[in-house]
Design a protein. Structure first.
Length: 730
């Protein structure tokens, strides 16, 4: 008997071993084993058991131990992961370990027995360890970074003899061991709320979705913000629960939207478990176990929850399906929505994709009849859609980017005791120089491209050809002398707003001000409680929060999204403006949205004023068709970076040659070129884009070329990755 064992290693999908160790039961795929791999003891997962292997058995080593009596990765999840690893061209072992909760990655028992973990004593300090005891110091440091504690097994991955080190540290009273109980999830009490009476559109959606139960079918629930999509989810989930089933709800970042969790708990009489980034390992494992044992009936989670094992999964919901944070941007670069659809197909259950601004891909699938298209066109209850204004910034006197009109509207809304939100659209976009008179950006004289402004050295640069110069004294288009940089920072804006509104309590929400895990949830709760009147924020604020007292939203720099080199930018800009606008006036008061721009004639902004999302999306789909972008083409992006640019470039050039050989005219290999963000953390970045009209040839080319590419000498000198269906070209 030969075991194929997947190991978290980029070296390959699986490796062969012989049975061995103490076997708690019969051997099955999905059980974890300890193996010796290139001199290190690692945890792997059995993915197949065969009569014969590829290597002669006398060359194979036995596994050192079998860790589980039952598979921790059930057969259906193993199949899902195999499909996902193949689709994203990622090693299977790494894919499996991405999907497992940390506790299972680490070799702790899966049956929930309380394991012993070691923790640093609360008053321990490194000074108490003798200077020369490097290993003890390193171990103590590691424990101090793990407040939940670590088992010896994990420490053994980093230290030769952790027990001896722990003993020495324990004698000084610097570490202590304890049992880490897993415990079980709190049971939900009787629900204390009943849902509203559904309106006709909601009821029609619920009827259609309920008729799907028991078979695979994807539905796009396309409903404007506040139209009551969540009520539709709840109604269908209630039916699933009544049939003894379980439901999985994926959302972009639920630790940011505790409302969703609270609403589910208040309404459903069954146990609801959440899985998100703010949980510690034990909490995450507890939720994972509760789902796989059937104790939790509803799991609400971020993208990785799509790999959770269930006992009786009958429904999958992907909320805010357009949100790019559903796509993992490192390691196994999977899209939570697309994996959810694959999972629905393998499970034979319906998948609901919900959004007020569906991705162009999903909308196109719905329009072509691949998905069922359900629409909610009205806001539920009394809420009315917000009024939109476009403010022409050209020639205006600005207080650091704030127009007089926006300040006046702020004064009016604040005067009525309302909250105001100022939204900055920054990450992922590049700073530009524009003419304050006519709005024309400063272009590269050699390329059809805008230059990028590098503020610290006051230079404009072209990221295509390398052109660099001082910013021109006058606008090359109209000759006026005033050029302005767009891309104001949140801190700068905060200063200005504080000086204009010194008596209004203000909070700024961005990655710099929200550094600790609970900063953001706490800030959001304070905003909801009305502790702040002015809220300044970036992307973090655009996600589905519900603040009924915010009646004015100012989008300070809508132009940022108009000049990106990423073809996704217009779609993201429109989604963001509509999502942010949806934050205004969810209560009884109608909301108001002010967009500031130097491009008042820009077609996309004009469309935002007078067209709805469906119309704008139609235009965007046409533009994508003309340029041969998805959904009309399929992409894979090969990124490479290195401290010395040439190393990454050389690698990509060789890779491009191998792709061209493998592709035979069916796949274009575009590049390599410098990445839009040319340098990050001291590494120069380049990319190669593969494009094909059909998925099949693209994947065949990847399958054929990647093994050879992995063996290239230059592949070792660059850090590189494959991104299938990239959502971000930066
Ligand atoms: P969405 O998920 O589409 O943004 P929600 O489901 O959160 O919308 O609904 C928005 C608000 O309208 C919520 O406060 C919800 O309780 C309320 N609501 C939803 N459906 C109805 C309905 N049929 N009657 C009255 N209020 C409703
Ligand atoms: Zn000009």
């Amino acid at each position: 008997m030969i075991l194929s064992v997947a190991i978290p290693s980029p070296a390959g999908d699986s490796f062969e071993y012989l049975p061995g160790g103490d076997q708690p039961g019969s051997l099955q795929p999905g059980q974890r084993v300890r193996v010796d791999f290139a001199g290190r003891a690692l945890t792997g997962v059995i993915v197949a058991i065969r009569e014969t292997g590829d290597c002669p058995p006398d060359k194979l080593k036995p596994v050192k131990a079998v860790l589980d009596s039952e598979p921790v990765v059930p057969a259906n999840i193993l199949e899902l992961l195999e499909r996902v690893a193949r689709y994203y061209h990622h090693p299977l072992g790494e894919a499996i370990f991405t999907a497992l909760p940390a506790r299972l990655r680490q070799h702790l028992p899966a049956d929930g027995e309380d394991p012993v973990v070691w923790r640093a004593a609360s008053d321990a300090s490194l000074d108490q360890v003798p200077r020369r005891a490097y290993q003890q110091r390193a171990l103590l440091e590691r424990l101090q970074a793990a407040p939940d504690g670590l088992p010896v097994e994990t420490l053994r991955l980093h230290f030769k003899d952790p027990r001896a080190l722990l003993k020495a540290l324990a004698e000084r009273g610097l570490v202590e061991s304890r049992k880490a109980p897993v415990g079980s999830l709190p049971k939900n009490g009787t629900p204390n709320q009943s849902g509203p009476v559904l309106n006709d559109e909601q009821q029609a959606a619920v009827d259609a979705l309920e008729s799907d139960l028991g078979a695979f079918q994807v539905s796009l629930l396309d409903g404007v913000t506040g139209s009551g999509k969540t009520e539709v989810y709840l109604a269908v989930i209630e039916t699933v629960l009544a049939r003894g089933g379980q439901a999985l709800v994926l959302a972009p970042e639920i630790s940011l939207t505790p409302q969703l969790e609270r609403r589910f708990r208040a309404r459903l009489g069954e146990t609801v478990a959440v899985m998100h980034s703010a949980l510690n390992d034990t909490e995450r494992f507890r939720a994972w176990r509760a789902a796989s044992q059937g104790e939790a009936k509803v799991i609400i989670g971020t993208r990785s929850a799509v790999f959770t094992a269930f006992k009786a999964l009958q429904l999958i919901i992907v909320d805010e399906e357009h949100d790019s944070s559903l796509k993992q941007q490192s390691g196994l670069r999977y899209h939570g929505r697309d994996v959810a659809i694959l999972r629905g197909q393998l499970t034979g259950c319906p998948v609901i994709l919900g959004s007020a601004t569906p991705s162009l891909e999903s909308l196109n699938n719905a329009r072509q009849g691949k998905y069922r298209h359900l629409r909610l066109t009205r806001r539920a209850g009394n809420a009315r859609p917000p009024r939109l204004h476009l403010v022409d910034l050209r020639r205006q006197e600005l207080a650091e980017g704030l127009s007089r009109f926006l300040m006046e509207r702020m004064r009016v809304h604040l005067g009525q005791g309302r909250q105001v939100m100022l939204f900055l659209n920054r990450r992922g976009y590049t700073p530009l120089m524009l003419c304050h008179e006519c709005g024309t950006p400063v272009d590269c004289p050699r390329c059809a491209a805008h230059t990028v402004w590098h503020a610290p050295i006051n230079q404009i640069r072209c990221h295509h050809c390398g052109y660099q110069a001082r910013p021109p004294a006058r606008c090359p288009s109209c000759g006026e002398p005033e050029l302005v940089a767009i891309g104001l920072g949140a801190q700068k804006l905060e200063q200005v707003v504080r000086s204009c509104f010194p008596n209004e309590p203000l909070i700024r929400i961005d990655r710099d001000s929200m550094t600790r895990k609970d900063d953001l949830p706490r800030a959001l709760a304070a905003i909801a409680a009305g502790e702040y009147n002015i809220i300044i924020g970036t992307q973090l604020l655009a996600k589905g929060h519900d603040f009924p007292n915010i009646t004015l939203v100012g989008i300070v720099d809508v132009d940022q999204g108009l000049f990106s080199t990423d073809f996704h930018a217009p779609e993201k800009l429109v989604q963001q403006v509509i999502q942010v606008s949806g934050r205004a006036g969810r209560g009884d008061e109608p909301g108001e949205v002010v967009m500031q721009t130097h491009q008042p004639e820009h077609p996309l902004l004009r469309q935002l004023l007078c067209e709805d999302y469906a119309e704008i999306a139609t235009g965007q789909l046409l533009e994508r068709a003309e340029a041969d972008w998805p959904p009309w083409a399929h992409l894979a992006l090969i990124r490479a970076s290195a401290p010395k640019g040439e190393a990454a470039m050389e690698f990509l050039e060789e890779a491009a040659r191998l792709f061209r050989d493998a592709a035979r005219d069916e796949v274009e290999a575009l590049g390599p070129v410098t990445a839009p963000m040319t340098r990050k953390a001291g590494r120069f970045r380049f990319q190669l884009l593969l494009r094909a009209p059909k998925r099949g040839p693209l994947h065949r080319a990847l399958d054929q070329a990647l093994p050879a590419i992995r063996k290239l000498k230059t592949a070792r000198r660059a850090r590189w990755s494959v991104d299938v269906d990239p959502v971000d070209m930066m």
